[in-house]
Design a protein around this ligand. Sequence first.
Ligand code: HEM
Length: 147
Amino acid sequence: MTAVAYRVLAPALLFLAGMAAGEEPRLYDRLGGGAGVAAIAAALIDRVSADPMLSRSFKDSKLDRIKKLLAEQICDLSGGPCRYSGDSMKQVHAGHHISEAEFYGMVADLREILKQRHVSQAATNQLLRLLAPMKRDVVEPARSAAR
Ligand code: HEM
């Protein structure tokens, strides 16, 4: 077997062996593996940065860097072979004053993208459950008028 054929067949055989053993495929695989995760991250950043309701905080940002790091983070979270190498969610989003409405706007865009890519409802919910705890580090509470 050529090295190329091996690289293609080995993961496929491992995947089938897992299925035969009754294991759930990893979330990473249900998102489409490396190519799927990269496409999801890129589509999400393209969409939010072009959406008049959500684009505000992205205007001075390097979109390619965010796409790459978001893909790495989703790969890591979903059981894929990556380790997130970016900064903490708190550091990265500090000062952008991201509101809860903007957070949920991004979640809605992510849901739409996953639906278009035929990711199942169960896998979609699983990914959203992994992202939800980050809300407290992304969203900055509105400054109260009393202060
Ligand atoms: C769970 C939800 C979110 C995740 C997982 C996430 C993830 C990320 C990642 C991985 C980066 C790049 C990190 C780095 O540069 O080291 C980033 C940057 C950024 N994100 Fe998010 N993000 C989330 C929500 C949001 C929301 C709701 C907004 C605004 C609507 C937003 C706006 C930004 C901006 C503007 C940057 C660039 C920051 C800068 O360069 O100063 N993010 N995000």
